[in-house]
Ligand binder design. Structure first.
Ligand SMILES: Nc1ncnc2c1ncn2[C@@H]1O[C@H](COP(=O)(O)OP(=O)(O)O)[C@@H](O)[C@H]1O
Ligand code: SF4
Ligand SMILES: [Mg+2]
Length: 371
C-alpha cells in the first residue's frame, strides 16, 4: 500500500431500497434507486463537497460510505481495504476511522447524557479509554479544540445554542481520532452568521488534525467555501465533478449551470446580463428514474434520441481544466454554442396529457436568457 492512493475510493456504488407491499410487506414491488452508480475518490487531507437538490441521494451515499447503509453493489475502498462487504467485528474496528457529523446535532446526541458522558462513551466504544485521569485530560482537550470551555463537559445538549451543539457533534466525531469525516448538511440548521463559524472550525481542525472531509450540502454556497473539489449529484448519480473554482467559473453540465444560475450575484450589471436557467418540473422520482440521461426530462439542450436512450458517463471533456469531468453527451457542443437551448415543457410523469394541453403555466417553461 502506498500513500499516494486516495483515502477513499468509491467505485460504482449503488444503494437501492426495496419498496415493499402486502400485508406483511413481503412483496417487493419496485426499488428506490437512491444511489445508482457513483464513483468518486477523495485524497488524504482533501475536502470533497457533494451538492444537489434534496432527495438526489447525497445522504444515502454518505451513509453507505460509512457503512450505515449496505450498498447494493460496488466497492468502497477505504485506505486500501474494500469495506463494502466487511461485517461484524472487522467493520466495527474500521468504523472508528470514519465518523459522521449530522445536520441536527440534537437528534444524534442523547439528551439525557452530559457532554462528558457522550464523549466518554465514544472513547470507550472504541477501546480508547485510558483511565479516569487520561480520559479527563482528553475530554478537556476535545472541547477546547472545538472552541468550548471545559465547563461544557458537565452540561447537557439542550443547554447549548445550535452552533455550540454542532461543536459538540464535531467533538463527538473527533473523540475517536478518525481519518475521514462525512459532514451531512453540517450547517443547514444554523443561522447564517453561525454557519461561517462552524465551517471555519471544520477548516481549522482539518489543518491541525490532517482530516479528510466529505461535506454534503444542498446549498452551493456552503460547499464552495470549504471544498477543494465538488461533485454535483442528480437523481442518484454524479453529473459533474471539478476543482471548486473551475466548477463555479466554468460549469459545463446543464444541471450545474441551472443550479448556479439560481444564485444571485451582487454586481447589478452582471446580474442583469448573466445566464438564467429556470428548471422546469420537479425532480423525477428516484423510484422511476428517466432512462438515458437522467436529466433529459428537464434539460434545455436535450437531443433526440441519444439523451433519452443512453446514459452519459462522467468523462473528461475537451479543453476543460484538469480534473473536470462531466456526464453529458453534448457538453462540448453546448459550450461552443453548436447546440442551442430550447423550451422544456413540464411533463408530470403520470399526467402527460394534461401537461401537454397546458404548457404555459408560470414556472412550467425553462427560459434561458443571455449568453
Ligand atoms: N431507508 C430508506 N428507504 C427507502 N427510501 C429511502 C431510504 N432512505 C432514503 N430513501 C429515499 O432515497 C432518496 C434519496 O434520499 P437521500 O439520500 O436522503 O437524499 P438527499 O440527502 O440528497 O436529500 C429519496 O427519495 C429518499 O426518500
Ligand atoms: S446528455 Fe443530453 S439531456 Fe443529458 S445533460 Fe447532456 S444534453 Fe442534457
Ligand atoms: Mg440529505
Amino acid at each position: 500500500m502506498t500513500t499516494t492512493e486516495p483515502l477513499l475510493d468509491v467505485r460504482d456504488v449503488a444503494v437501492h431500497f426495496p419498496i415493499k407491499r402486502g400485508l406483511v410487506l413481503d412483496r417487493t414491488v419496485g426499488h428506490v434507486y437512491a444511489v445508482d452508480g457513483v464513483s468518486l475518490r477523495i485524497e488524504r487531507g482533501e475536502t470533497y463537497g457533494l451538492v444537489g437538490e434534496s432527495g438526489c441521494g447525497k445522504s444515502t451515499l454518505g451513509r453507505a460510505i460509512l457503512r450505515l447503509e449496505d450498498p447494493t453493489s460496488g466497492q468502497i475502498v477505504f485506505d486500501g481495504t474494500d469495506i463494502a462487504s466487511l461485517k461484524g467485528e472487522e467493520l466495527r474496528r474500521r468504523r472508528r476511522r470514519f465518523q459522521m457529523v449530522f445536520q441536527d446535532p440534537l437528534s444524534s446526541l442523547d439528551p439525557r447524557q452530559s457532554v462528558e458522558s457522550l464523549l466518554l462513551e465514544g472513547l470507550k466504544a472504541h477501546g480508547l479509554s485510558k483511565g479516569p485521569e487520561a480520559d479527563d485530560a482528553r475530554l478537556r482537550e476535545l472541547v477546547e479544540q472545538v472552541g468550548l470551555p471545559a465547563s461544557s463537559l458537565r452540561r447537557y445538549p439542550h443547554e447549548f445554542s445550535g452552533g455550540q451543539r454542532q461543536r459538540i457533534g464535531i467533538a463527538r466525531a473527533l473523540c475517536v481520532e478518525p481519518d475521514l469525516i462525512v459532514a451531512d448538511e453540517p450547517v443547514s440548521a444554523l443561522d447564517v452568521s453561525v454557519q461561517a463559524q462552524v465551517l471555519n472550525l471544520l477548516g481549522r481542525l482539518q489543518g491541525e488534525l490532517g482530516l479528510t472531509y466529505l461535506v454534503i450540502a444542498h446549498d452551493l454556497a456552503v460547499v464552495r467555501h470549504v471544498s477543494d473539489r465538488i461533485g454535483v449529484m442528480y437523481l442518484g448519480g454524479i453529473v459533474e465533478e471539478a476543482p471548486s473554482q473551475a466548477l463555479y467559473d466554468d460549469p459545463q453540465h446543464p444541471y450545474t449551470r441551472a443550479l448556479l444560475s439560481a444564485v444571485p450575484v451582487p454586481d447589478p450589471e452582471l446580474e442583469d446580463r448573466r445566464e438564467r436557467i429556470l428548471l422546469t418540473g420537479d425532480l423525477p422520482s428516484p423510484a422511476a428514474p428517466p432512462p438515458g440521461c437522467r436529466f433529459h426530462t428537464r434539460c434545455p439542450w436535450r437531443q433526440e434520441t441519444r439523451c433519452d436512450d443512453e446514459r452519459p458517463e462522467l468523462r473528461v471533456i475537451e479543453g476543460a481544466a484538469q480534473g473536470h469531468r462531466v456526464a453529458c453527451h453534448f457538453a462540448e457542443d453546448i459550450r461552443d454554442g453548436r447546440i442551442r437551448p430550447h423550451r422544456v415543457e413540464a411533463v408530470a410523469s403520470d399526467d402527460v396529457l394534461a401537461a401537454s394541453s397546458a404548457p404555459d403555466l408560470p414556472g412550467s417553461v425553462t427560459e434561458v436568457l443571455g449568453r
